[in-house]
Design a protein. Structure first.
Length: 517
């Protein structure tokens, strides 16, 4: 994973799977009326992959990409979740609202509120456990070697013990909530949501704490030092699968079977829990201004046909062969003129207009419009590549003729997001900052790639025999990203990234960051 920290944008680019990579922006909102930023991504595709405007259209690009805009998971520590004085704790809100339900306040809005708090609690717990385990795994990997060792060892030791204590406290607090859920006064929807939450938490504990146990066991010194911690974590992990089986949850691991249910179920539960953070997006496939220009292209082409027909009709009879040939030829040129003008408009007008406009709506705030996303994609010629982008593409060239040995086609994807922080903050106490996530699938780009391995004959210098070595064949998809955003003082900030994605016929091999300085 490649990360970079900006003032209000924290960008991360990572592999999602064999054929997809993900660009994620964490956006910090202030209390201004409007916040906007742009991301321009220039894809340098090797010409050997035979990708161009003739066979890779806008629809192909948008079909290969997925985009999500969601609220960032609120940060509340595991210890603070159980603090009865913290009003923003979803756990405390669930307890309070369940008490109202048990007292007879059984309206639908209250049930929906409890369900949302269960989902929010699941998101927060998952985020905290994931982040804690990530920190501890990194710390344990260098436990005996880092400097200053004494300070770092103390941090890891105290952190692990506190983490284990917080997990036990959270487990006790959740058990007290479960006891109230069995009351018949609790709506069915609340009980079912709580069951989904309970199953999801069991899977999360099993998954992340198993990773922590692996880290605790890698080094004999670490294992000896944290034997008690390992024992406590192990006790939590080993009971989870039996617990899900006893609760008759579907996500039970059965050694020796395909276990497809547990992965499928985990995905369903994750989507259900995370839905509390996702925003709605309403697509407008083409902006009106785009249609006007495309209409002008069609009108110009038709005007050409009318002029030719009018001119030829004055010289030849309507039923003559010259008139017939002229009309047919003009219709042939009409289609070519329309396509050429549409391509011209697409290439040169994307700086002012977009292919698609997406309204960003608050799914939990009455569908209020909290932002707008515009995006456009087009192939561009070498002479139209901005100088700053071209310079960054050449920054790792070894010689001045490198580019001639790796010819490329370039297409540009631009998106602009306008947000209304004032509207968001007015409606939400905990959900404010946003994640902008885009996943891109490279399958179409490698459709015409050669086999991922090639035989290379060579002479063994010792024996003199001719041998054959299997060599990997890869392609380099280079990306230059330009982020433009305004800070609190309305000052324009520009930040760049350069990424190399190494591909072969089978998918993505690796991501590489190219240093810009």
């Amino acid at each position: 994973m490649i990360e970079d920290q900006n003032d209000i944008l924290d960008s991360r680019i990572k592999l999602h799977d064999r054929h997809r990579f993900e660009i994620k922006l964490d956006i910090d909102l202030d209390a201004s009326l409007k916040s906007s930023y742009e991301v321009e991504t220039y894809f340098y595709v090797p010409r050997a992959l035979n990708i161009g405007p003739h066979n890779y259209t806008k629809d192909d690009f948008y079909n290969s990409s997925q985009r999500y805009i969601r609220f960032r998971t609120p940060k509340i520590s595991l210890g603070k979740l159980c603090d009865p004085t913290l009003q923003t704790s979803p756990l405390n809100r669930i307890k309070e609202d369940l008490g109202r339900v048990l007292s007879g306040a059984g309206d639908q809005d209250l049930a929906d509120k409890i369900c949302n708090e269960f989902r929010m609690l699941g998101c927060i717990i998952r985020g905290e456990i994931r982040d804690y385990v990530k920190i501890f795994v990194a710390g344990l990997a260098t436990y005996g070697s880092a400097v200053p060792a004494a300070q770092r060892k103390l941090f890891v030791a105290e952190g692990l013990e506190n983490f284990l204590g917080d997990l036990k406290a959270l487990e006790a607090a959740l058990s007290s909530v479960k006891a109230n859920l069995s009351d018949p006064a609790v709506p069915v929807k609340v009980r079912e949501t709580a069951a989904f939450f309970d199953e999801y938490m069991s899977l999360i504990l099993e998954e992340y704490l198993t990773t922590l146990i692996e880290a605790l066991r890698k080094d004999p010194e670490v294992r000896e030092r944290f034997a008690d911690v390992e024992k406590g974590v192990l006790a939590i992990v080993t009971v989870q699968n039996r617990y899900r089986q006893a609760m008759k949850y579907p996500s039970v691991l059965v050694p020796g079977s395909s276990n497809e249910t547990i992965i499928y179920r985990r995905g369903v539960l994750k989507k259900f829990i995370s839905s509390v953070l996702y925003l709605k997006a309403e697509f407008s496939e083409w902006e009106g201004l785009t249609q006007i220009f495309f209409g002008l292209a069609a009108g110009t082409a038709m005007f050409f046909v009318v002029v030719v027909t009018f001119f030829v009709g004055r010289r030849y009879a309507v039923n003559s062969m010259p008139f017939l040939l002229a009309v047919v030829i003009s219709y042939i040129f009409k289609d070519r003129i329309k396509d050429w003008l549409k391509l011209l408009f697409s290439k040169n007008l994307t700086r002012w207009i977009s292919d698609r406009k997406i309204d960003i709506l608050d799914s939990s705030g009455g569908g209020e419009r909290i932002g707008l996303l515009k995006e456009a994609v087009t192939f561009i010629s070498d002479r139209n590549i901005p100088p700053d982008i071209a310079r960054l593409r050449r920054i790792d060239n070894i010689t001045s003729v490198d580019e001639e040995g790796k010819p490329e086609r370039v297409f540009k994807y631009k998106k602009e997001i306008v947000l209304y922080p004032e509207v968001i903050i007015k409606s939400h106490e905990r959900r404010r900052d946003l994640n902008d996530i885009m996943r891109f699938n490279i399958r179409d780009l490698i459709a015409q790639a050669d086999d991922s391995a090639a035989d290379y004959p060579y002479v063994d210098p010792v024996t003199g025999e001719v041998r054959v070595a299997a060599c990997a064949r890869v392609y380099h998809l280079n990306m230059v990203l330009k982020y433009t955003y305004f800070d609190k003082e309305a000052k324009v900030n520009i930040h760049y990234e350069r990424i190399r994605i190494v591909l072969n016929k089978d998918g993505i091999v690796r991501l590489e960051e190219v240093k810009l300085a």
